[in-house]
Design a binder for this molecule. Structure first.
Ligand code: ADP
Ligand code: MG
Length: 328
């Protein structure tokens, strides 16, 4: 294969005709404006080989995931995706990696009408992917972490814990059948950003966050930002069939502390249950009520009898964790 230069690489894999933006790849800046009456929602997430993904991950899934984790942040704010930039550090210009990577990335981008408008490309010691997404949301309407109120219901989309179960299987701490491993590995490597649900929750939810570091930790951010507390019912947490086959201790760990789920956790006034149901149906996204917001600060997890569970509720922190691949 002929050697691929930086500019050829960009032209071949990352240059697409621009639709929504005023200017895309090829100049010193891209040009992008939100619709009148809207604000730009901006978020960045980085994936580093050996830290956020293993080198054996399929490149198309890696492309998907790199954009998915960014779209998930737009979803949590209720924003509509517009565009993104892609900054890549690569050990080599390897087309066997670049072609499927671009395919996975751009397929998800296409699905959400989110165009690639620029980036940066450099050689680097390990594959590193930094994406910034831009979305739009009606002025003042963005869903924030700070909006939860005492008496609100607490909800989560989809199911929790499969990505963590896959990570445990990769680490060898749990044995899964080939089929089960394939399913949970896909949940970890190809998460579905809940963009449609997030948009449908604008004007309905009082607060929202996406679960990247585990339910307990991410919900904790909402509780602190809102100055409230919460009780979550363990038995209400939505669990996939493969995780339901595991020991109770592992289920609890994956449901409460597992990262990389990219589901939305959100609150809404108790009087808005019908509106939450309508948002779930309109976005074809399963939503489960898992608890309520209370005045007493902190997170309480109770079992089916209402008894509070003991033990620390861990959440992933890159600088507190000792080592290894982890949630972003
Ligand atoms: P500059 O030196 O002015 O920063 P570059 O030479 O880095 O420009 O990039 C040339 C053009 O290609 C720019 O429009 C930039 O946004 C775009 N670009 C660079 N890398 C990527 C990438 N990985 N994906 C998409 N666009 C990229
Ligand atoms: Mg540059």
């Amino acid at each position: 294969m002929a050697l691929l230069g930086e500019f050829e690489l960009i032209a071949r894999y990352f240059t697409r005709p621009v639709r929504r933006a005023a200017l895309g790849v090829g100049d010193d800046c891209a040009l992008l404006a939100p619709a009148p009456g809207h604000e730009l929602a901006v978020s960045s997430d980085m994936l580093v080989e050996g830290r956020h993904f293993v080198s054996t991950v399929a490149a198309d899934r890696l492309g998907h995931k790199a954009l998915a984790v960014n779209l998930s942040d737009l979803a949590a704010c209720g924003a509509r995706p517009l565009a993104f930039t892609l900054s890549l550090a690569l050990p080599a210009a390897d087309e066997a990696f670049l072609a499927p990577f671009a395919r996975g990335l751009l397929a998800l981008a296409e699905r959400h009408d989110c165009e690639l408008i620029g980036g940066d490309t450099t050689r680097g010691p390990v594959t590193t992917i930094a994406i910034t997404v831009f979305g739009e949301v009606a002025t003042g309407a963005a869903l924030l972490r700070s909006g939860a109120r005492v008496g609100d219901d607490l909800y989560v989309s989809g199911t929790l814990g499969d990505a963590r179960l896959a990570l445990e299987a990769l680490r060898g701490s749990v044995a899964l059948s080939g089929d089960a491993f394939g399913r949970v590995r896909r949940a970890m490597e190809e998460p579905t950003p809940r963009v449609e649900l997030g948009r449908a929750l604008v004007g309905v939810a009082s607060s929202a966050i996406d679960v990247s570091d585990g339910l307990a930790g991410d919900l904790g951010h909402v509780l602190r930002a809102s100055g409230v507390g919460a009780t979550v019912e363990l038995a209400a947490l939505p669990c996939g069939a493969d995780l339901a086959d595991q020991s109770e201790a592992l289920q609890r760990e994956c449901l409460l502390s597992g990262g990389d789920d990219y589901e939305l956790v959100f609150t809404a006034a108790a009087g808005r249950r019908d509106a939450v149901g309508a948002a779930a149906r309109a976005s074809a996204t399963p939503v489960t009520r898992i608890g309520r917001i209370e005045a007493a600060p902190g997170l309480r997890v109770v079992d089916a009898t209402g008894r509070e569970l003991g033990g620390a509720l861990a959440s992933f922190d890159h600088f507190l964790a000792a080592s290894g691949t982890a949630a972003s």
